[in-house]
Design a protein around this ligand. Structure first.
Ligand SMILES: Cc1cc2nc3c(=O)[nH]c(=O)nc-3n(C[C@H](O)[C@H](O)[C@H](O)COP(=O)(O)OP(=O)(O)OC[C@H]3O[C@@H](n4cnc5c(N)ncnc54)[C@H](O)[C@@H]3O)c2cc1C
Length: 435
């Protein structure tokens, strides 16, 4: 198994290239703790373990460069709420509350991290918009508004004129603005987590776990370039959990692609009315996530598909870029056709009922992942907390996490693949106007 990322991610390319990247070279290494996957989850778990056990051997490995999976490639929305159509019954509101309790802990966790390590990641507490071009989506937003009111989330509905003034486009007809929620630079955030790793943590990159097996006392892991035997292991490979046989009947990978434009010229920005930084999430699930960044670039993500998670060929990426250009032109028709500067893909993990995985799967074997597209805060939180759980300790955060609904069993193949593809197609058609 070889994970190959494209090297065209706009966020990652904003960063200064890293040096001193080490790979596993020794034939055989032993350690107390092994963490597989160096995204938000794995980096947070490693940081926590390094703090808890400065005298134990903690190893963190990644198949590619650390932080260059989904964690460095996402849209940068640190969310407090997500739109779930029609949470009306008490039971559903209760479940939604459990979900938002976890989001709140996630936001806190990232906030504490950036405060402690003095991180600059373009943090902006500007809230976010759930927006639609379709007047009839007002019904969905009214339902959502009732749920948010019920749970005390500050929000308001905005229509045509006020909305277009704020966003600089008259594409949208209606939006629900939530005050909570942060926009940030995901590449800068994950890079700061790499920099914050305690000295005692050994990081090996370009080292892909191929297979693993366990006995009562240790876990044996075979990599493309060596072997590690560990007393305890944490799997933090998110979209690649299934390919490693972890909770494989409960999660599946989805490939997302995103594009970012060059910086807008003053003239272009003036035509828009010089909007402040904003982030829009779609009302219909397959619509576009679109952001005006702090430095006047437009980011768009409007595809989600079942694809080989290991690699997306350039030819296919170019096609996705064209779909993203259509999305940009719909909102800003006067921008030139070549304004997109980079397009990239990334892998997320989904479960059937949008619940996350956080558990001990066997003696000494732990897993955290499956954030269903909202992993900046929850991944950071779950990483720290799975390290605590693996240490045999408890925390109030773990108690909150454990209250969530558990992921439900997926249908077996070929029904699963057929089901996902049909659902994505249905959602795509439903959101056709919103890409
Ligand atoms: C385009 C896009 C937009 C998104 N937008 C948002 C957003 O706005 N807000 C939000 O909260 N979330 C968003 N997400 C989701 C978010 O990025 C993820 O939930 C989050 O990054 C998960 O973090 P992680 O550390 O668990 O996984 P990852 O960042 O995916 O890290 C897992 C790591 O495991 C490594 N790995 C995999 N297999 C192996 C192996 N066999 N051996 C060794 N290492 C391995 C990978 O190389 C990878 O680096 C988006 C994702 C994408 C792709």
């Amino acid at each position: 198994m070889k994970v190959i990322n494209d090297n065209s991610c706009g966020w990652i390319n904003d960063l200064i290239p890293r040096h001193n990247i080490k790979s596993l070279v020794k034939k055989k290494v032993e350690c107390d703790w092994l963490i597989v996957g160096a995204g938000y989850t794995g980096l947070s778990a490693a940081r926590k373990l390094g703090q808890l056990y400065p005298n134990e051997k903690v190893i963190l490995v990644d198949a590619q460069s650390a932080g260059e999976g989904a964690s460095g490639r996402n849209s940068g929305y640190l969310v407090d709420t997500t739109l779930n159509d029609g949470f009306t019954s008490n039971k559903e509101i209760e479940n939604y509350k459990k979900k938002t309790d976890i989001y709140a802990l996630g936001i806190n966790c990232v906030k504490n991290f950036i405060k402690e390590y003095q991180v600059d990641c373009d943090w902006n507490e500007c809230g976010k918009y759930f927006a639609s071009s379709k007047p009839k989506d007002k019904k969905i937003l009214n339902n959502f508004s009732a749920t948010l009111s019920n749970l005390g989330f500050e929000h308001n509905l905005l229509e045509e004129k006020e909305l277009s003034n704020r966003l600089g486009t008259s594409f949208y007809n209606i939006a629900l603005y939530t005050k909570g929620g942060i926009l940030l630079h995901p590449g800068k955030l994950v890079r700061s987590m790499i920099n914050a790793l305690p000295n005692s943590v050994e990081l090996y990159e370009n080292s892909s776990l191929l297979s693993w097996s366990s006995t009562k006392d240790y876990i044996s892991c075979d990599f493309n370039n060596g072997k590690i035997t560990t007393k305890k292991i944490i799997f933090a490979t998110n979209g690649f959990l299934k390919s490693l046989g972890i909770k494989e009947n409960y999660n599946f990978p989805i490939t997302l692609t995103a594009s970012i434009t060059r910086q807008l010229t003053d003239e272009e920005f003036n035509t828009m009315g010089q909007p402040k930084e904003w982030g829009v999430l779609p009302v219909r699930p397959m619509g576009a996530t679109i952001r005006m960044t702090k430095d006047k670039r437009i980011l768009i993500r409007n595809t989600a598909e079942v694809h080989d998670p290991l690699n997306m060929p350039e030819k296919i990426l170019k096609k996705r870029s064209k779909i993203q250009m259509i999305g940009i032109k719909k909102r800003f028709p006067y921008l030139s056709d070549d304004i997109i500067q980079s397009t990239w893909s990334g892998i997320v993990s989904r479960t059937r009922n949008s619940s996350q995985i956080f558990e001990k799967i066997k003696e000494n074997i732990f897993v955290a992942g499956c954030y269903n597209g909202s992993g900046i805060g929850v991944g950071t939180l779950f990483g720290e907390q799975i390290a605590i759980k693996a240490s045999g300790e408890n925390s109030t955060e773990i108690e909150t996490i454990e209250k969530r609904r558990r992921p439900t069993l997926l249908p077996s193949e070929p029904f699963l693949n057929f089901g996902i593809k049909t659902r994505l197609l249905y959602e795509r058609l439903r959101a056709k106007s919103e890409i």
